[in-house]
Design a protein around this ligand. Structure first.
Ligand code: NAP
Length: 430
């Protein structure tokens, strides 16, 4: 038997398992520190994007095959170390994603009211680490820093009415707090211009169909229309949305302003965030932004930085600090140790990007491990965990948690998530 451990049960982990599982004499353990699987599908993808979340059914199909096992509520690093896993398994694949925010390195970034997108997204998605975040929504002004899809998710969630969350799985605490929100002016700050956004057309287009909020773009920020022809088709479509926002301003109670060529340089306030100081920028020939010295202030009691993510380093595992990912050669980190998904390539691409990535890493693993080295594998892990009093949550346990979440859902919603590890465990009688 060949034994592979995958650390992380998100898309990259399950796509890797999907290919491995088809090989003969293969036992795959998918380990996660939470008692619930699917990583970013559960706690990253926006709750009002259920069609994207539906891919978890595919991972469930993989999880239910005989040779794949979910080992939940086991923290690699404390319950078991990477070295122990490498000792026990023919291959260990780190599919740990990039759950940490890239730091916003400007004065005032540590003031209360300044929040990273990992925390804010985790909050509205019920990640146990962030359920108690309690973001200050008693402010009219919000600054969302970054011009990627996460900035769009965050702005949209802040702008929606309670009715617009129908059919979503936004968690109860976020639903309640957003319903009372005083937020009226959302600024999305991009340090570069409309042609440099990292927003995809479908997600950008959604902003034009919100009940009480309207997107606004200053026509003066848009490049000459003819220049759009040089863009690749997806980007061209995105920019078309921006042009339409600029051409058709609609008066609604909540505004979402796209501030382009706008680099946040400081956050100020008396003991908490009250305003963001923004410096206007220009672009050089290589499209890098440079400050012009001209600044303005945006009133914002809540500042959410959506400037990308990092994989947390693990002591002893080579790491590329500049890129926030494990140092790897096409997925190989060290003998017996691999990485996949955002942990391998950094936080880029869609959920689907992880499919070929997972397949490639699985093939690499199969090539490297041959027939296996007769390692202890599953029984070895079970014995080690039992000796430490650690009882993993199984996939059957998870299905009971899931059934309880589905049973608790409001009419028309897919589920009402448990937002603490204790509540998840309680649902399975622990
Ligand atoms: P992203 O796409 O890399 O965008 C990060 C943004 O932050 C960029 O606009 C970047 O600007 C800006 N930025 C970086 N450092 C900055 C700084 N110091 N000051 C100001 N701005 C700064 O990252 P993301 O939005 O976190 O998304 C991560 C991945 O998940 C992406 O591949 C995204 O498409 C994907 N995602 C997809 C969906 C969806 O399909 N619905 C939803 C959410 C996320 P520069 O370009 O100037 O560096």
């Amino acid at each position: 038997m060949r034994h592979v451990a995958i650390v992380g049960s998100g898309p990259a982990g399950y796509y890797t398992a999907e290919t491995l599982q088809k090989a003969e004499d293969m036992a795959v353990d998918v380990i996660d520190r939470l008692p619930v699987p699917y990583g970013l599908i559960r706690t990253g993808v926006a709750p009002d994007h259920q069609s994207i979340k539906a891919v978890s059914r595919r991972y469930e199909g993989v999880a239910l095959t005989d040779n794949v096992r979910f080992v939940g509520h086991v923290a690699v690093g404390s319950d078991v170390t990477i070295d122990e896993l490498v000792e026990l398994y023919d291959a260990v694949v780190l599919a740990t994603g990039a759950p940490n925010d890239r730091p916003l390195d400007i004065p005032g970034a540590n003031l209360p009211g300044v929040i990273g997108s990992a925390a804010f997204v985790g909050w509205y998605n019920g990640h146990p680490d962030f359920a108690g975040l309690n973001p200050p929504l008693d402010t009219a002004g919000v600054a969302v820093i970054g011009n990627g899809n996460v900035a769009l998710d965050v702005a949209r969630i802040l702008a929606k009415t309670p009715q617009e969350f129908a059919g979503s799985d936004i968690v109860a605490h976020a639903r309640a707090q957003l319903a009372e929100s005083a937020v009226r002016h959302i600024h999305i700050l991009g340090r570069r211009g409309p042609h440099q956004i990292a927003m995809t057309p479908k997600e950008l287009g959604e902003l034009g169909h919100l009940e009480r909020a309207s997107p606004r773009v200053d026509p003066a920020d848009l490049p000459q229309e003819g220049d759009d022809a040089l863009l690749e088709p997806g980007m061209r479509k995105s920019v078309t949305h921006l042009r339409s926002f600029a051409a058709n301003p609609v008066a609604k109670p909540v505004t979402i302003d796209f501030d382009f060529f706008a680099m946040p340089v400081a956050i100020e306030g008396e003991g908490k965030a009250q305003r963001v100081i923004v410096e206007r920028t220009t672009l050089d020939d290589e499209l890098r932004s440079h400050g012009t010295g001209e600044t303005y202030a945006i009133d914002a009691g809540l500042v959410i930085s959506c400037i990308g993510y990092q994989t947390p380093p693990i002591p002893g595992v080579p790491y590329e600090h500049g890129r926030g990912r494990f140092a790897n050669d096409e997925g190989r980190i060290l003998p017996g140790l691999y990485c996949v998904g955002w942990a391998r390539r950094g936080p880029s691409g869609t959920i689907g990007t992880n499919k070929p990535d997972g397949a490639r890493i699985a093939e690499l693993v199969l090539e490297d491990i041959g027939r296996g080295a007769g390692k202890a594998g599953r029984p070895g892990l079970d014995a080690l965990l039992a000796s430490r009093g650690v009882a993993p949550v199984t996939f059957a346990d998870w299905r009971r948690i899931e059934a309880a979440e589905v049973a608790a859902a409001l009419d028309g919603n897919p589920r009402e998530k448990f937002v603490s590890v204790e509540a998840m465990l309680e649902a399975i009688g622990r």
